[in-house]
Design a protein around this ligand. Structure first.
Ligand SMILES: [Zn+2]
Length: 382
């Protein structure tokens, strides 16, 4: 006799209401709710009534892989759209320039989505699309790797314009989004629909009825678009101290590519039979190269067990390495500088400058050397 087929258990993580009204609204207990244990509308209603915060993170059976649904987007604007005694109308909200822009972009991309006013200064958007249910490759499953994966998916899926406006922090483990049944904690205003496209009105019913986990896909981040994004992030967060190691090479060559290769060739980790080489990246950065045929990582100051995550930016007088492995992470970099001999004798400087003939005496006199600069070289003055 055939055994009855056992149904796979799918769970999602949610956060409950806090124990007391006066507690931090996000301070409730975190629990897993089974999605495969009853009719979709019953489970949806339960999720809406018990959960203070939704994560949209899923687990199946006993697997450790965490799946994620990215069809939920949060946009916060700088200005406050509602106050306790002043609820904006649907019409007013739809006339808001930022909201109009977001709806326009979503209209071009998706056949079904709902836009809610969040209750104070932003909107929540629910996109109904099975391709939003994804999981990371094992390399990107944890910590910084997972964060990079998550940002890469959002950027690739929604495009730069939407990505730049949205609050990406709601997808991080331990974060989440307030469901549409919950009033805003500061204004007491419950989210309300301001725009709808397509037949759906409950994201949970959509996920559970559609069994989106059956068609879930692996998402592998694109390393090039990824690096572009990292550069933008890095310029945004000025003030965050990054670990930057600088090493000056005693090197007569003027070719920075050559200096980088010579440096790598002095290190362990070379792959037998293949010369170390720098392969130009396909992205927008003209000076970005992938390091190939070595497992040596300048950030780690040692070898990785696997190859392929070191990149280098080549400039005229220096080169900066970055490593995208989980253990190193993009917050650290390693810089090689071309050796420029320190000038300790002013006669040398003036002789060399006058020999060149192209720098005028007036120019020469007007130069100020900042106190933090240890040496002056001819290149600095040019
Ligand atoms: Zn590394």
């Amino acid at each position: 006799m055939a055994q009855p087929q056992q149904q796979e258990i799918i769970k999602t993580t949610v956060r409950l209401h806090p124990a007391y009204e006066t507690d931090n609204p996000w301070g409730g207990e975190t629990i897993d709710v089974e999605l495969t244990n009853g009719p979709a509308d019953m489970i949806s209603t339960k999720l809406e009534s018990v959960a203070n915060l939704w994560y949209f993170q899923f687990k199946r059976g006993t697997s450790n892989t965490v799946y994620q649904y990215f069809g939920v987007i949060d946009f916060d604007f700088k200005r406050i759209l509602a106050r306790p005694n002043r609820v904006p109308t649907k019409k007013e909200l739809l006339e808001d320039e930022d909201i109009k822009k977001i709806i326009e972009l979503l209209e071009q991309k998706y056949p079904a989505f709902t836009v809610y006013f969040s209750g104070r200064k932003g909107i929540h958007v629910y996109v109904y699309a099975p391709e939003m249910f994804v999981y990371p490759p094992p390399d990107f499953a944890e910590d910084r790797g997972r964060l990079n994966w998550l940002h890469s998916f959002l950027n690739t899926t929604y495009g730069n314009e939407i990505y730049d406006m949205l609050d990406a922090s709601i997808y991080h483990i331990g974060k989440g989004i307030r469901p549409y049944s919950m009033p805003h904690p500061k204004t007491g205003i419950r989210p309300f629909t301001i725009y709808q496209k397509g037949p759906y009105d409950c994201i949970w019913t959509y996920i559970i009825e559609g069994k989106l986990w059956d068609t879930t896909q692996l998402f592998v981040p694109e390393i090039n678009s990824f690096i572009q994004k990292k550069i933008i992030d890095r310029t945004k967060k000025s003030g965050i101290s990054e670990v930057i190691k600088v090493n000056t090479l005693s090197e007569s060559s003027t070719d920075m590519n050559r200096i980088v290769l010579d440096y790598l060739n002095l290190q362990p980790g070379k792959i037998a039979g293949n010369g170390i080489c720098l392969v130009k990246s396909n992205g927008k950065c003209k000076n970005l190269f992938k390091v190939q045929n070595t497992t040596y990582c300048p950030i780690k100051r040692g070898c990785h067990s696997r190859i392929g995550k070191s990149y280098v930016y080549i400039y005229s007088n220096h080169a900066t390495f970055m490593c995208f492995s989980d253990t190193c992470g993009v917050a650290s970099e390693y810089t090689l500088k071309k050796y420029l001999p320190p000038l300790t004798n002013l006669t040398d400087l003036s002789t060399e400058l006058f020999d060149r003939g192209e720098i005028s005496q007036r120019h020469f006199e007007s130069i100020t050397i900042p106190p933090d600069q240890k040496y002056v070289s001819v290149e600095d003055i040019e």
